[in-house]
Design a protein around this ligand. Structure first.
Ligand code: UDP
Length: 375
């Protein structure tokens, strides 16, 4: 039996409860609290095991549909806290369907924000580490790139630098930044309590989709590499995989929001970077680690030499892609305000995640049909 948290139960509204982060949050809330969870998401697959739970009420619809039929407004009125996770957050969409990216991340959320402000509801808004854009150090020459003051990202101090308009990669980052600014403006004008979370590459089971298995398209890097390993195809490094990322366990990430709900006085009216700065690596290192872990999990040493190719960003994503060079979070605020610090190493994260997908979709895996998942 999981031990329950001691705080009084809340009624939570989760927008985007059926995605990667949302589904893990639903798991933990239902297991560790007595909260009543109301969720909106067009997709129910990742929360299917909870649909019969009397403390979970699912509306299988987009925000816009919920707004049009009145169910979303009623759910906001009844909620103690509104947590918004609804987003298109996949880089392959940013430069190929930027209008839809901006609508889903900004326009569709506006009525929710306005209603939260009118009612004085606490809004926990998932944003992105991409709001910082590129690092200052990527614009300076020589050794200055190594100066931490020029790349470590601090919530209330670091400027936000993005490429030009025709580099539509930044459609997502700018939509999220405007959403953050609008949230902050509502707080400033109407005293709406808010919390903004800036995630740094959360990894874990149920992330995105595996093309050819439970979705189609180009997902984020973890799922791209996973699909390539399962299909016996080369891993593809965009522009040589020189970009740096910090990899954060989904479980560490969920710990942070659980603490926010436990300690509202520390969480309200704050912006938090949530990432594991100890787990920084180049994408080419991630590819090498993933094939090694896949070889261990599958027991097949041939994967130790699994091919890794380089492709140009233009060939992989199309025109208008521009990469974030590096994202290193200052996470001292989350520690000070919440007592949160991540603990899972990159090896632990990859082992859990690769095993999960191998057991689901590898040879003899539990998902026998295409598009079948066993969440
Ligand atoms: N990337 C890659 N191969 C892939 C998919 C992504 O080399 O198959 C790179 C991508 O260009 C970026 C990094 O991996 O530098 C992380 O990409 P992801 O899609 O996870 O999202 P991001 O961290 O940029 O938001």
């Amino acid at each position: 039996m999981t031990e329950k948290r001691s705080r009084p139960p809340k009624r939570l509204l989760l927008l985007g409860c059926g995605g990667f982060v949302g589904s893990h949050l639903v798991d933990r809330l239902l297991a560790e609290t007595e909260d009543f969870v109301v969720g909106f998401d067009p997709c129910t697959t990742k929360v299917a095991t909870h649909l019969q739970n009397p403390r979970f009420q699912m509306h299988a619809k987009y925000l816009q549909q919920g707004w049009d039929d009145g169910t979303l407004e009623k759910a906001i009125e009844e909620a103690d806290v509104v947590i918004n996770l609804a987003a298109i957050c996949n880089p392959s969409d940013y430069n190929t369907r930027p209008r839809v990216v901006i609508q889903s991340n900004f326009t569709d959320v506006l009525p929710v924000l306005d209603r939260c402000a009118e009612l004085g509801k606490w809004l926990i808004q998932y944003s992105t580490s991409e709001v910082y854009g590129r690092t200052l150090s990527s614009y300076v020459k020589g050794d200055q790139y190594k100066d931490p003051d020029l790349y470590v990202q601090e919530e209330e101090d670091t400027p936000m630098l993005m490429g030009p308009i025709q580099n539509q990669r930044w459609s997502y980052a700018t939509a999220k930044q405007l959403l953050e600014r609008y949230t902050y403006a509502l707080h400033d004008e109407f005293d709406m309590p808010y919390t903004i979370i800036r995630p740094y590459n959360f990894f874990g089971p149920r992330m995105d989709y595996i093309p050819g298995r439970d979705g189609e398209g180009v997902p984020r890097v973890l799922a791209c590499f996973m699909a390539a390993l399962l299909d016996g195809k080369p891993l593809e490094l965009v522009d040589g995989g020189e970009a740096l990322r910090v990899i954060t366990s989904i479980h560490d990430a969920i710990d942070s929001v659980m603490l926010m709900l436990d300690k509202p006085e520390g969480a309200k009216n704050q912006i938090f970077n949530i990432g594991n700065s100890g787990n920084e690596l180049h994408i080419y290192e991630l590819a090498e680690k993933m094939r090694k872990v896949y070889a261990e999990v599958s027991g097949d040493d041939r994967f130790l030499e699994h091919p890794i190719n380089t492709v140009t960003a233009e060939a992989f994503y199309g025109p208008g892609y521009e990469d974030c060079d590096r994202r290193v979070p200052d996470i001292s605020r989350a520690w000070r305000q919440l007592g949160w610090a991540p603990s899972r190493s990159i090896d632990e994260i990859l082992r859990e995640t690769v095993s999960y997908y191998y057991n689901l979709y590898g040879p003899g895996g539990s998902a026998t049909n295409r598009y079948e998942t066993s969440y």
